[in-house]
Design a protein. Structure first.
Length: 134
């Protein structure tokens, strides 16, 4: 499978998994009587940030792997490190600004980033043998 198609497929899987997890999270907020506009906006933006973070992580890893295959292992390693730093810095700055504005609930904004690992684990469990290998 083409690397770009694999990245897009994984991003769609992540988006669907995040949507399910965010919906469950909003349900918990509703059951607790805490569902309001800040929770909804935080959940929506948290979903968006988690999906975009995963997409840019996958794209960075794909580009670094291509560099490493081209005998530029150090360049690939530097690309991964720069990508990590840039994604982390942008996420921190944007989320900090949103939280300081008071328009988003802190938990509904941050929790979708923590849903990524369980989603990847479940996705790996259901992946067929040989799928995702090029």
């Amino acid at each position: 499978m083409d690397d770009r198609r694999l990245v897009l497929k994984e991003t769609v899987t992540m988006a669907l998994g995040q949507a399910l997890c965010v919906a469950l999270m909003l349900g918990v907020f509703a059951l607790l009587g805490r569902l309001d506009d800040t929770v909804l906006l935080g959940g929506l933006l948290g979903w968006l940030f988690a999906v975009l973070n995963h997409f840019f992580l996958a794209m960075g890893a794909m580009m670094a792997a291509r560099k490493a295959l081209g005998e530029n292992v150090k360049g690939g390693k530097n690309l991964i490190q720069f990508s990590f730093f840039l994604r982390l810095a942008v996420l921190f700055l944007v989320m900090f600004a949103l939280l300081k504005s008071g328009r988003c609930n802190v938990f509904s904004l941050v929790l979708p980033l923590l849903f990524t690992r369980p989603i990847l684990t479940v996705e790996q469990f259901f992946r067929k043998d040989g799928e995702g290998k090029s």
